[in-house]
Design a protein around this ligand. Structure first.
Ligand code: B16
Ligand code: MG
Length: 240
């Protein structure tokens, strides 16, 4: 079978919760007198909660016990969830609902592959929860991106193999995970710079028009790789 599934990352692709992550981590970092800013926050994209905490604690020189770290992560998550509770569909990426509707009408199966343990709450608050054939999230996996576990789980739930699915990601760790799992990786924003990113989108709403080109994408072909070298925006340059 050709490509017929699209697995979406959640934060940074379908919706924007990164500012809430920022505010919640910032409150913790301020309490610990750590120099946390938007640039450090960018390094947390797609990274799990505990790994994010390690990155933030590495801004200082103090060491903490596992128990203290778990308390800090819980404190951040409580504040983060209080923002999520007040969030609504305005947090969605422009056109997110139309994109999902259009893909599904064209026969694509849709899934979520998110590192977030809060994915169910985010889907509920944004009104996206009816748009997916499968949801795989941070509470169902043991290894986070760049390990492909979450995307493999999403594909399994879709009853598709990785080479039948594309993955849309905004984080380098997510593109690496998609490639490692044998998926066709599509990068949004900075993720387009990740090594091996197979196709680039400037904005999510471009996806339904580009999706047809991905189905024709030869997997692992040399011609195809050459096209990427020539122009990373291969989908337009190579197939039209
Ligand atoms: P939580 P994604 C990721 O979601 C976020 O990008 C990342 O910043 C966050 O640390 C991670 O989820 C874990 O989130 O604390 O809610 O479990 O981009 O993979 O959808
Ligand atoms: Mg993301």
């Amino acid at each position: 079978m050709g490509m017929c599934g699209i697995i979406f990352d959640l934060d940074g692709v379908l919706c924007y919760t990164d500012h809430y992550h920022y505010l919640a981590w910032k409150a913790l970092a301020d309490r610990l007198s750590l120099p946390f800013d938007e640039q450090v926050n960018n390094r947390l994209r797609g990274v799990s909660r505990m790994e994010s905490l390690e990155i933030i604690l590495s801004l200082g020189s103090k060491t903490y016990s596992q128990e203290e770290k778990e308390q800090m992560a819980a404190e951040k998550n409580r504040l983060y969830r209080s923002y999520l509770e007040r969030m609504g569909p305005e947090a969605l990426a422009p056109g997110a609902v139309d994109v999902l509707r259009a893909l599904r009408e064209n026969g694509w199966k849709t899934g979520i592959g998110s590192s977030s343990k809060n994915a169910p709450l985010i889907l509920e608050r944004t009104g996206l929860d009816g748009f997916f054939d499968a949801v795989a999230d941070g509470s169902q996996i043991t290894k986070s991106k760049p390990d492909p576990e979450v995307f493999r789980l999403a594909a399994r739930k879709l009853r598709l193999s990785p080479d039948e699915c594309a993955v849309v990601e905004d984080a380098s760790a997510g593109i690496l995970a998609a490639n490692a799992g044998g998926f066709f990786s599509i990068g949004l924003g900075d993720a387009a710079q990740a090594p091996g990113c197979r196709a680039v989108l400037n904005a999510l709403y471009e996806l339904p028009d580009s999706a047809g080109a991905y189905t024709a994408a030869p997997q692992n072909s040399r011609d195809y790789n050459k096209a990427i070298e020539l122009d990373p925006r291969f989908a337009d340059a190579y197939y039209n």
